[in-house]
Design a protein around this ligand. Sequence first.
Ligand SMILES: [Zn+2]
Ligand SMILES: [Zn+2]
Length: 64
Amino acid sequence: MSWKCLRCHTSNDNNKFYCSKCSYRDPEKNEAHYRWKDWKCPKCGTTNGGGFKKCAKCGTRNPT
Ligand SMILES: [Zn+2]
Ligand SMILES: [Zn+2]
């Protein structure tokens, strides 16, 4: 998988945060890596805050 820079349209590897050409930061990666996202427990369906590694209700580990 790769992502295309919005500024210079260079294709970059998906594991790169920044464009290799103009060093523009991938906005989708910002979202995924810099903000704690809520996650839903696969076992009991409880929604947990992104800062929690385990489900508050049943203790299942965050799969992501
Ligand atoms: Zn670029
Ligand atoms: Zn749970």
